[in-house]
Design a protein around this ligand. Structure first.
Ligand SMILES: Cc1cc2nc3c(=O)[nH]c(=O)nc-3n(C[C@H](O)[C@H](O)[C@H](O)COP(=O)(O)O)c2cc1C
Length: 354
């Protein structure tokens, strides 16, 4: 079994270790144009300096109406691409691979973030700058404003937008793209039987519900043959009648056939559910995907190096951390030291601290 401090190669991209930073929305684009700011340069610069093998930047919308909030970053314009470039270059200078999460929030778009000028909860009203949301099926997800159902043609436009976002990401120098298929956002709204009630080719059985996600993966693969692709899934809805770990393993196998290289196993986000939150509470979902011979990463309350190593020992390829890395951007270096492994991931400027 590899150590979490060992490198890993995905489609020709070598990552210096298996301790990765999961995407985290910063809701910090005050200009509302999706263009990353000084905050993003400093925040991602610190994370890239902390030793991670793979930093994936926050859910970045492939179309303006796919933003969770007006303050989200985007990858639908060339101006956004150009503003991501220095962030990418700095990560490379620090030895970190860097990816971007391509996202469309669907019925969970046009919401109020927890802080800033739109602070609040629930939907941002159209009168306040919000917009009509779209989904696989019409109605309200999680008590938010009613979405309208996309036509098949409109859904295919979404596929094109994901591809355009991926191509822009490649042009910005990103090493990898991640397709956001989790947390109750648009692609999950298509995947889950709890929400997708369509009777056309984009609904019905698991095969039909997975069509849109797989078309996104296939189309990105066709446009970018050498670009590593991660798919993030909510690998269970934690609800009777919803997606199960077995469904997630099946979707992962199909995604791999469509050109994906690794699946990250998150969970939930579409309906309110009793989630047994605790240390490593989603790791079994990644194990289930890895057992289906699809490279997988685990995420969710992985907070010590020992715990991370035990998860990799169980057959999962890598771990991703989110909140613990906000508290300590240098967590990968700290974990390596705690495990007694000498690493050269710290910036030379910080050598005297070690
Ligand atoms: C501030 C914050 C923002 C987040 N934004 C995203 C996001 O943009 N995309 C995503 O897939 N998950 C997002 N998440 C979920 C994390 O990627 C991660 O799956 C979750 O926090 C569990 O990992 P942790 O216990 O290590 O924090 C976010 C989490 C936090 C705390």
């Amino acid at each position: 079994m590899p150590s979490i401090t060992d490198p890993m190669t995905i489609r020709g991209l070598t990552l210096r270790n298996r301790i990765w930073i999961a995407p985290m929305c910063m809701y910090s684009v005050d200009a509302l144009d999706g263009v990353p700011t000084a905050w993003h340069r400093v925040h991602y610069g610190a994370l890239a300096s902390g030793g991670t093998g793979l930093l994936v930047v926050e859910a970045s919308a492939v179309v303006p109406e796919g933003r969770i909030s007006r303050q989200d970053t985007g990858i639908w314009s060339d101006e956004q691409r150009d503003a991501w470039r220095p962030i990418v270059d700095f990560a490379h200078e620090r030895g970190a691979a860097i990816g971007i999460q391509l996202a469309h929030a669907g019925a969970k778009s046009s919401t109020r973030p927890a802080f800033g000028p739109d602070a609040g909860s629930g939907s941002l009203a159209i009168a306040d700058g919000g917009w009509q949301t779209v989904s696989s099926s019409a109605g309200s997800v999680m008590g938010l404003a009613d979405a309208r159902a996309l036509s098949v043609d409109e859904a295919r436009d979404v596929v094109d937008a994901f591809v355009a976002g991926a191509v822009r990401a490649a042009d910005a120098g990103f090493d990898l793209v991640e397709v956001h298929g989790a947390h109750g956002y648009l692609l999950h709204q298509f995947l889950s039987p709890l929400w997708n009630t369509r009777d056309d080719e984009l609904g019905g059985d698991l095969d039909g519900r997975a069509t849109l996600l797989l078309e996104v993966v296939r189309a990105i693969r066709a446009a970018l043959p050498t670009m590593p692709i991660v798919v993030r899934l909510s690998a269970t809805d934690w609800t009777e009648g919803g997606l199960t770990a077995d469904d997630a393993a099946t979707i992962s196998t199909w995604a791999q056939e469509a050109g994906a290289d690794l699946v990250d196993a998150s969970s939930g986000g579409l309906v309110r559910a009793a989630i047994p939150v605790g240390p490593g509470y989603q790791a079994h979902l990644a194990q289930h995907i890895a057992a289906a011979a699809v490279p997988a990463s685990a995420v969710g309350l992985i907070e010590t190096g020992e715990q991370a190593q035990a998860i990799v020992d169980s057959g999962v390829d890598a771990v991703r951390v989110a909140r613990a890395a906000l508290r300590d951007p240098h967590l990968p270096i700290r974990w390596a030291r705690e495990l007694g492994v000498e690493v050269d991931w710290a910036p030379a400027q910080y050598a005297r601290a070690y």
